[in-house]
Design a binder for this molecule. Structure first.
Ligand code: BV8
Length: 234
């Protein structure tokens, strides 16, 4: 039996929960300028616009629910561990739908929408409502330093050492609902392939990294993911 499973998810797994993807024709980056809203430079020069962008997404997240794909991965985690396997779910998504579906061995490599970080003291707070420029930090009490605890372009994603350790010893790597465009996440399939893991891609379409994968399961995540999990869990 394959022992060590690493799953990578992208915005496609949350699309049917009503949250936007990034590079589809009507995607987030088609409407908003990532160079202003998802870079440290953009935050330095236009913090109000960046806060407005993430405040709107945080409000939208309150109306979203985990879907069948999120719940299927939480069920798979429990079954996989019960059989003595090693399991890690890495998400590029900053929504909390995997968390709310019950996933526990979960890393948010691009951060979390419902968290904010103080640039003065580094303290990470829960953030469920609006962040404004003059909101004081709960820890150091200074204002003007709070930012979304989100990884922007040019910033190092989180928990990379742990992720690479898992990738380098995995037998099975599954990428779900991601276009394979953004690095280092888009390079994970290459690493898994190099260490001899079987690589499966679950997506609506082909992606930039499709040639690396051994198997392609096409379809909407809420159908394709539960079907795959049912085969595994048996
Ligand atoms: C870093 C913020 C280094 C959070 C995001 C040239 C070559 C290689 C790399 C680079 C380069 N130039 C610059 C870079 C680096 C850059 C990068 O990769 N740029 C790309 C665009 C070329 N990467 C970075 O900057 C990263 N950091 O490299 O740091 C470093 C080194 C040392 C020290 C310091 C730093 C940081 C990357 C993170 C940036 N943050 N967003 C937020 O606001 O959400 S990126 C953004 O893209 C999101 O995080 C998102 O998760 C991520 C990936 O997008 P996807 O999730 O894949 O979404 P997408 O819309 O693209 O695709 C959706 C897919 O779902 C599609 O395939 C679609 O078919 C499918 N789908 C849709 N509906 C469904 C579905 N599938 C199934 N069912 C459905 N219903």
């Amino acid at each position: 039996m394959t022992q060590s499973l690493v799953i990578l998810t992208g915005s496609g797994i949350s699309a049917e929960s009503g949250l936007g993807t990034f590079r589809d024709t009507d995607g987030i980056w088609a409407k908003f300028d990532w160079q202003v809203l998802a870079t440290p430079e953009g935050f330095r020069t236009q913090p109000e616009n960046v806060h407005e962008f993430y405040n709107a997404r945080r409000a939208g997240l309150k109306k979203a629910e985990p879907n069948a794909a999120h719940f299927a991965l939480a069920e798979l985690e429990k079954a996989w561990i019960a059989r003595g396997g090693d399991f890690l779910l890495v998400t590029q998504n900053i929504d909390n739908l995997h968390d709310r579906a019950g996933s526990e061995r979960l890393i948010h490599m691009h951060g979390e929408l419902n968290k904010m970080r103080c640039e003065h003291c580094g303290y990470i707070h829960e953030a469920f409502d609006e962040i404004t420029v003059d909101l004081p930090c709960l820890n150091c009490r200074q204002a003007g330093g709070l930012r979304p605890h989100v990884v922007w372009f040019g910033e190092m994603p989180l928990e990379m050492e742990l992720i690479y350790n898992q990738l380098e010893s995995c037998d099975l790597f599954v990428a779900i609902g991601t276009s394979g465009t953004v690095y280092p996440a888009a390079g994970f399939s290459q690493i898994a392939k190099q260490v001899g893991a079987r690589c499966i891609e679950i997506n609506l379409d082909d992606t930039e990294t499709s040639p690396i994968f051994d198997e392609h399961r096409k379809g909407m995540a809420t159908q394709a993911v539960p079907a795959w999990v049912a085969e595994i869990v048996g």
